[in-house]
Each structure stands twice: as C-alpha cells, then as structure tokens.
Design a protein around this ligand. Sequence first.
Ligand code: BDP
Length: 651
Amino acid sequence: MLRGPAAVWAALGPLLWACGLALRGGMLYPRESPSRELKELNGLWSFRADFSENRRQGFEQQWYRTPLRESGPTLDMPVPSSFNDVGQDRQLRSFVGWVWYEREATLPQRWTQDLGTRVVLRIGSAHYYAIVWVNGVHVAEHEGGHLPFEADISKLVQSGPLASCRITVAINNTLTPHTLPPGTILHQTDTSKYPKGYFVQNINFDFFNYAGLHRPVLLYTTPATYIDDITVSTSVDQDTGLVDYQIFVEGGEHFQLEVRLLDEEGKAVARGTGGRGQLQVPNAHLWWPYLMHEHPAYLYSLEVRLTAQTAAGSVSDFYTLPVGIRTVAVTEHQFLINGKPFYFHGVNKHEDADIRGKGFDWPLLVKDFNLLRWLGANAFRTSHYPYAEEVMQLCDRYGIVVIDESPGVGIVLVESYSNVSLQHHLEVMEELVRRDKNHPAVVMWSVANEPASFLKPAGYYFKTLIAHTKALDPSRPVTFVTNSNYEADLGAPYVDVICVNSYYSWYHDYGHMEVIQLQLTTQFENWYRTYQKPIIQSEYGADTIAGFHQDPPLMFSEEYQKGLLEQYHLVLDQKRKEYVVGELIWNFADFMTNQSPQRVMGNKKGIFTRQRQPKGAAFLLRERYWKLANETRYPWSAVKSQCLENSPFTL
Ligand code: BDP
C-alpha cells in the first residue's frame, strides 16, 4: 500500500500535471538535429581576476566594452575548468571576488544573416554569480553555480556586418548567508594582525569552493518558432507503458506538432499529434536500474517535429528526447521502482579532481562510471549540488539511479532561513526540476544536506520547500538529508524518505568500532518508530590515507576504514529486511576541501583516491554490492549481459 502523502501525490500528480500546473519555460539540453546546429566554445579563454581592493575595478573601467587584453594583462584559462588549481599563484587559488573570462567566437555566415535563425548562448555552469555581455552588451545574469542558463543573442549577432562576437563573462564566487550554498565574508579589522582590507570567505560545508566556468559553454541555433520545452511523465498499466507528454512552443502561434516514440531498434512504437497527449506502448520495455534486470536502462526516443507557418513560409524544428518508462513509489517501508522493492547500494560523489577542480571532463566522467559499474553500485546522490547534465545522461544510459540534490548544503545560520533565502531556494528547485525532470534515472529530489533542521524557522522552511518541489514534480518523492536528532528534526515530517548521515566511531567515540552496531541500531529504530518512513543510510565512512596500514586497526588506516564499514554492514543487513532501503558510502573518491587541521590535503573518506585508484575498502564494498545485487535483482533471470569481466556476480 502506498503510504499517506505518497498516495496523495501519486493520485494528484497526474491531475496537477494534466491541469497544466507543470513547470513552464524551457532549458532543453542543446542537441543537434536537422533544424539545430551547435558550436562549442570550450578551449582557451582570456582571463583576469580583479585583485583591486573593492574587486570592482572591472565594472568601474567597463572591461566588457573592449577586448580584455586592452584593459590589462590576461592569462590563458581553460574552459571548462575551475580556475583555482591550474595556475601557480597562491593568491589566485584562494581568490574571492570577480574574475573575468572572455572569448571571441566566429559564427557561420548563415547564423548572422538568416533572420529566421535564433542564436542562443548557453552556459552550463558558472560558479557562483555570473554576468554576461556579448560585444559589450549585457545579455544575461545568473545566480547559482550548478545549473545552466542561456540568452537569445540573435538580434546582437544579426544586427551588423560582424562575423564574430566577443563573449565576456564576469563571475563572482562570493557566498553570503542568502546564497546556495551559503557562506559569510569575515572582515579582519585588527591591523596588528591583518593587513588593511583583509577578509576571508567562511563556509559551512566540507568541499573546496572551486569557481569558474565549470561546464561547457556553447552557441546553438533553432528556427525562430521553436520547441521550447518538453515534459514527459510515465506510468505503466499492466504491460502497457504510458507516456504523457507536453510540448511548449515559443516564437509563433500557427504550428502543428507530431511526435513518434521509437524503440532502441529505431522502430516507431507510438505516434501522436498536438502539444499534449498520451502515447501507449504495448509490451513496453521498462527502464530498470543497473543489475536489477537483464536489460537495464531501456531508452526510447521521443521524436518531436514542429511545423510552423511563418511569413517566410513553412519551417520545421526537430528535437529528440530519450525517454525511460518507469514508475517510482514509496510505501511505509519500501522504495519501489516499477512496483518492485529497490535497495540503493551506491555512493555519494563530488564533482572534483586534480587540476580541473570542478571542471567537466569526459575522461574523468567515463572512468567514474566504469568504477561505479565495477563496484556494483546501482545508485548515487549528487552530493551536494546538481551535477553536469552529461552525468545525468550517462545515468539514464547505464541505469544508475540518482538522488538529485540541490546546492542547499551548509544551511546552518538563522539568516539562511529568511524569506530571501527561501525564495532563492524555491527558484533553484524550479531550475533543477526543469533541467532534470525527464531523466528516468532521477528517482528522488533532495532539497538539502544536513541543514540545521532543529532551528525554529526550519519547520516552515522545509514544509514550503518540499510542498513546492512536489507541486513542480508530483511524480517523484522528495527528501532532505539530515544529521539532526530524530526528535528535534523539524523538517522530517514533510519528507517521503528519511535520509540520515552518521559517523559512529569517527567524529565521536574515536577509534571505538565496538559501539557502532549498538548506536546504528538505535539510530534506525528511533527514526522508524517516530516517522514510519523508509530510511536510507545516506552517509557513513572514515578518512583513510591510501597506503596507511595498521592492524589492529587505527584511525586513518585502510584497515580501520574496512573495519568500520563491516560494522555498519552487520546492522544494515538486519534492517534492510525491515525498512532500510539503501546505503550510500561517504565517499566515492577523496576530494578537496578548505585547509584545516582536520583535513590532510582534503577529505580522505574516498574508497578511491582522488586519482581514482582503489583503497582496500573498494574491494570490500564491491563484494558486498554484487552480493546485494544477486539478492535483489528482478526478475530472477540471467543478468549476465551486464557483468563486467571478472565480476563477482554469480549465476
Ligand atoms: C557530512 C557532510 C559531508 C562531509 C562529511 C565528512 O554531509 O559533506 O564531507 O560529513 O565530514 O556530515 O566527511
């Protein structure tokens, strides 16, 4: 039986959706099609950090007006990448304030001369606050470092004889109590200790605040009347897959829409017309998670064709969206995918690596997915912010289930619960849902990580935030990740699944692994007794310096990490038979943090090093995850096709 709130949104969801309360306004991932072209602007950009005392010299001198090299010296800066670790300058590594990026782009003649072509500039991620100019004209501003934004620049590039355009992006990485994540700037005024004007950025989260153009920047085209957004929502009626679609068109009023759903062989299995409808797929191949089914991650393609009547004649726009047919539901003690109990056995990640920081990198991404599959992981959480869209696409393709988290990490100040903060958080959830709503891999939204959810305003804050997120997307459960005391947590009544982090015998009872079983059992029993909701152990782990060995185990040795994990697993193996529906190790790989006496060149709780080499714990987890996969796969037929060579999968 679906439990209370879950049942309500399961019932109301399609209704709200059909009534058109679904999210409007598109940020479709840019894809080439017969009507759309792309031009990537990755590579070397010109760069300058504004080291002036007030950090505003760039605005005072209007650096966007002329080529950046004319207003002072510039550096070469790779995009995508964080700027922090590519240089040899200590001050730039820890720079707080405005940095300036600039790049000249040559445009195909048709883009600048055909007035029926719409030219869009899209920035995958600029951390944290960004202002964009094209040829010195302000075209966009965006707050938040983990979600894309774009600007229609057709008029600018089509207004003169220029065949190129100059793109300038100013980015500020300053965090305040109202940003997500929040932070504070501490001004040191004691001149006997600090130089004049000295300040530092303080944060309440445990990863380095890398900054820059972190994801691809590109230009793409559409016709002037274009497919702006598509929303799909899927359900299953016996063997028939149901795909509800809604298509939003901009730039014109006279048009027709045709849709076709193609299977993996390219055969059309359903067709429809109009901006809204339901496609029925008899004997549908469902989208199953990795290791749960012999053919996981089945993706159909929704081909959308728009034909518009314009003054210049008839024009078409084409967009193809991958679609996975699957359902998600939550009961009092289970998490169901396609009606079958799903157990999350996976990891928490970070976007983090040597040199590039949080910069998007294909080799790193493919390596990470190969490691996840080697490990037998079927899920991860995008701790602690939305990851690149290309990551989500690979999750769809490989069947890796995602808990999609907002950048709501480190919300611990009362000020960060103000209306200003809440308003921004609501907007961020809108941007996130708009971007990721069509990914079958995304099975749950996480609105925050370890907020001070015991503070008085937290009750209203999370009630509003979670209700808003459910209204945006009634098809998925919503959670936030807590480390509060179960009785004091004011947000827990509103979540669908309890996600709890704990660090027994790490941050307290140091070295005493013998207390883990008792403390973890108590934790689970308290939460379940109080809320009767399924529970995910959303973090647990121990810092481990690869190559440190000590037996009997001592903290920071590889033996201690393994020993601690084993103690957790004993309890998880009991409770997963009752209401625990998942375990996510902290962390997939070592990652960079702020400097502090508690961190040895970053957080070392990875089961892989930052260079993606396994510690002993990776082998232990691998054995466990494949064992869990053996026990929880559905149906009980061969899953051999998924086995990597030498996998411990038994048949
Ligand atoms: C958890 C946080 C995570 C930290 C981890 C740790 O959610 O961001 O990195 O602790 O201390 O509480 O390793």
